[in-house]
Design a protein around this ligand. Structure first.
Ligand SMILES: O=C(O)CCC(=O)C(=O)O
Ligand SMILES: [Fe+2]
Length: 299
């Protein structure tokens, strides 16, 4: 009977499972201070202190982004940190990938160029759930990180231009990645809603979007809506900007938080980040496990 009552409360709008991780939007990133307004934990404390890790992961899921500092700046440091948070999803780039400037990069991330806000790999199925970036060598000049809350920007678009928002939620957009050893393709709307009409995912990557198969009558309004969304994403008011320092590590929800960077000069100063992706379910699962008190142990 108790179980039935609990279910009935859920059905009448009570807290759904996972509700403790509901997204808390942060529209005006430029007004925020990464060090002050988001959660930072020292790697060793996160490793040894389970309740600290539980609080840190709750912030990761509510804010969409969280940080670790003093992650050993070694090749394997990122994997030790990732293991605290979820399961690594290997891709054609491998378990981990190195973001550093190389001659003739197959991906613009591996150049000195600045990158506008984007989500990673929308051509992949499933899309990478969470992204991890670990600063092994930070550049003292340029190469600052940019982050924006895609849910908040999408809500801004919904309020300002509801027709453009609606078009972006119902037009499937093709994304494509082709290299010597990979051919990846997926279609998804730029703004994905859940059954309640809430924004559930944002996919935006101008480097891997492929031509849409729309007739002339449909394509004009779609591209107008796309440009409107793109210009909001370029608006610096939505950008949290700061420099990761050596040993800093950032984890963010790749279906919500867009990321980018400012340009730098690898000839003057080397810069080296190492990245990996985590499966979405493993991160939510770990956060939920950490919140289970001893009384909830299921053995
Ligand atoms: O260099 C950076 O800060 C970010 C690079 C990037 O966008 C990526 O590796 O996905
Ligand atoms: Fe990226």
């Amino acid at each position: 009977l108790q179980w039935l009552r609990a279910q009935a409360e859920g059905a009448s709008g009570g807290p759904a499972p996972g509700g403790q991780f509901a997204a808390r939007h942060w529209p005006l990133g430029a007004r925020l201070d990464a060090a002050r307004d988001f959660d930072w934990a020292a790697f060793s404390a996160a490793q040894s202190d389970r309740s600290l890790r539980a609080r840190w992961m709750t912030r990761l899921l509510c804010d969409g982004i969280a940080f670790l500092r003093d992650v050993p700046a070694t090749e394997a440091g990122i994997l030790a940190a990732a293991a605290l948070v979820g399961r690594v999803a290997a891709t054609n780039y491998g378990q981990v990938f190195d973001v550093q400037s190389v001659p003739q990069p197959e991906n613009l991330a591996y150049s000195d160029l600045g990158l506008g806000l984007h989500t990673d790999n929308p051509y992949r199925e499933p899309v990478p759930g969470f992204q991890v970036l670990h600063a092994l060598i930070a550049s003292p000049d340029g190469g600052e990180s940019l982050f924006g809350d895609g849910f908040a920007v999408a809500e801004y678009l919904r309020t300002a231009t509801p027709d453009a928002f609606a078009l972006l939620t119902r037009t499937p957009v093709p994304f494509l990645y082709r290299s010597a050893d990979a051919e990846l393709y997926a279609e998804r709307p730029l703004i994905q809603l859940n059954c309640e009409g809430k924004v559930a995912a944002v996919h935006y990557n101008s480097r891997s979007i492929a031509p849409l198969r729309l007739c002339a009558r449909e394509s004009r309004p779609f591209y107008a809506a796309y440009r409107r969304f793109a210009s909001l994403l370029r608006d610096p008011r939505f950008h949290l900007q700061f420099r990761l320092r050596d040993g800093d590590l950032v984890i963010f929800d790749n279906q919500r938080i867009l990321h980018g960077r400012t340009a730098f000069s690898s000839a003057r100063h080397p810069r080296h980040l190492r990245g990996c992706y985590l499966t979405r379910d493993s991160v939510y699962g770990e956060a939920a496990l950490l919140r289970r008190g001893p009384a909830d142990d299921i053995s």
